[in-house]
Design a protein around this ligand. Structure first.
Ligand code: F0G
Length: 448
């Protein structure tokens, strides 16, 4: 890269640190194969002097970029010109104070908040990332795009691709995707390829396909996607009167969110827009717990960017030797080789993060509880409350700390899991339907 730009891409490997122009479409560093960050020269960007200044955009929300829950923070993700920005009204989300769920995890009233990302146009948090990545795709003139997915990415990619006229191919693992998500990809007109394999197989294949065919890749390897996902944190703070919570709890799959959240907070701190960084809790499912094992048992850390690659290589070699494929009811996070692992380790360092794994049973009970008392969510999202319960029991999170759990996907994404849980009386919050004869007296007797 010749002259320093307002925004550019930079390799996260400190021994490499190569920089590239944003006009280049790269998903890994061409020099060392590590992940890339979007970076900014903050001296050249007019960032508001306080976060509350962003609230002024509410008054001008007839401007599509001020209406977007992502682009109204555009100075903090200033990587392309406004004319390229794609928006379909993403990020109109709610931070719900939830005292009933707080009680379940033994927290004081007023302390637990649920960030409901299911309100996005495609029903998951992915839209925050897609609005940003598709803007970059438009800027570089992409005409055809692809992604691998456990479901939500494919739904969001399909929706944004049709909105800006890109051809779209999505790769999903056969039988590994919830019906709500599969139905979206097909309905929005994506070419849907079901690979006989799991998400990790799809992720490997899509990278090769994108290189071979020159397709634009929309997985979270894409550094611009993660820029959009930073705004989930801005909106949480906005809903808290621009205060920083004590904890953010998020499910961990491919680890894009956790990486983006860590980056959001370290940038805000660097800019002097916040004075403390919240702690981060990342929750895996026990059937897909690579991060938990690597961090808690193998003691893998960011270590100033000098991550011990041998620990990772040995871990993956063992998975291969055992022919391991992850399994969890939370199909969204059924991933054993998370592509953003290193960026996530960096976020764990920045946010003094902790990692836990929760069982499918815990996830489904937490999901039903959220449904009963909140806005509902899909299984992966409920891992947050199941994980929070662990962290409360361990005393790591205090009963009066302020906690925001990110509910990543809508309850209707995975109706099968919900119906089976209730119908089969599978858990403590099961609410099965009652069979009734077609007879008024008999029906009335059944009503409690
Ligand atoms: N929650 C939901 C509902 C998801 O769909 C995903 C990821 C995650 C959590 C995990 O987020 O990858 O940032 O750690 N879904 C991807 C997909 C993998 O293909 O839809 P992450």
């Amino acid at each position: 890269m010749s002259e320093k730009q307002i925004s550019y891409q930079k390799c996260i490997n400190p021994d490499c640190g190569a920089e590239f122009d944003n006009g280049q479409t790269l998903f890994k560093c061409p020099k060392c194969d590590e992940l890339l960050d979007a970076r900014y020269d903050w001296n050249k960007i007019e960032v508001p002097s306080k976060l509350s200044d962003f609230a002024k955009r509410w008054a001008t929300r007839n401007n599509r970029l001020d209406f977007s829950g992502v682009w109204r923070f555009r100075e903090l993700l200033n990587f392309c010109d406004d004319k390229y920005k794609v928006s379909i009204g993403e990020g109109q989300t709610i931070l719900q104070k939830n005292d009933s769920v707080a009680k379940y995890v033994n927290m004081k009233p007023g302390c637990l908040f649920l960030e409901y990302e299911g309100l996005n146009p495609s029903g998951s948090f992915k839209d925050n990332g897609m609005t940003a990545a598709f803007s970059h795709a438009v800027m570089v003139g992409a005409t055809s795009c692809a992604c691998a997915s456990t479901g939500n990415t494919s739904a969001a990619v399909a929706l944004y691709a049709q909105s800006c006229g890109l051809k779209c191919t999505v790769f999903i693992g056969s039988g590994r995707i919830a019906f709500g998500k599969l139905s979206q990809a097909m309905d929005y007109g994506a070419q849907t390829i079901q690979i006989r394999g799991d998400f990790d197989d799809c992720m490997r294949q899509v990278q090769n396909v994108c290189i071979e065919l020159g397709l634009y890749l929309l997985n979270s390897l894409n550094p611009f996607r993660l820029e959009g996902q930073k705004t989930i944190m801005y909106r949480i703070m906005e809903a808290l009167g621009w205060e920083v919570p004590d904890w953010i709890v998020v499910p961990g799959g491919n680890l894009g969110n956790s990486s983006a959240f860590g980056k959001a907070f370290s940038e805000l701190k660097e800019l002097g827009l916040i004075n403390k960084i919240p702690r981060l809790a990342i929750i895996n499912a026990t059937g897909a717990d690579t991060l938990t094992d690597l961090v808690n048992n193998k003691k893998l850390t960011w270590n100033n960017g000098n991550v011990d690659q041998k620990i990772i290589d040995d871990f993956y070699a063992d998975l291969t030797a055992r022919n391991f494929s992850p399994h969890t009811c939370a199909s969204a996070i059924e991933i054993s080789r998370p592509v953003n692992l290193k960026k996530c380790l960096r976020a764990i360092e920045v946010c003094k993060g902790v990692v836990r794994a929760v069982t499918d049973e815990e996830i489904l009970d937490a999901k039903a509880l959220i449904g009963k008392h909140g806005l509902g969510c899909e299984p992966a999202s409920a891992a947050t409350i199941a994980g929070l319960k662990h962290l409360r029991e361990e005393g790591i999170i205090g009963d009066s700390e302020r906690v925001a759990c990110v509910l990543t996907g809508h309850v209707l994404k995975d109706p099968d899991k919900t119906v089976n849980y209730h119908k089969n009386n599978d858990g403590i919050f099961s609410n099965p339907p009652i069979e009734a004869p077609n007879d008024l007296d008999a029906i009335i007797k059944l009503i409690k």
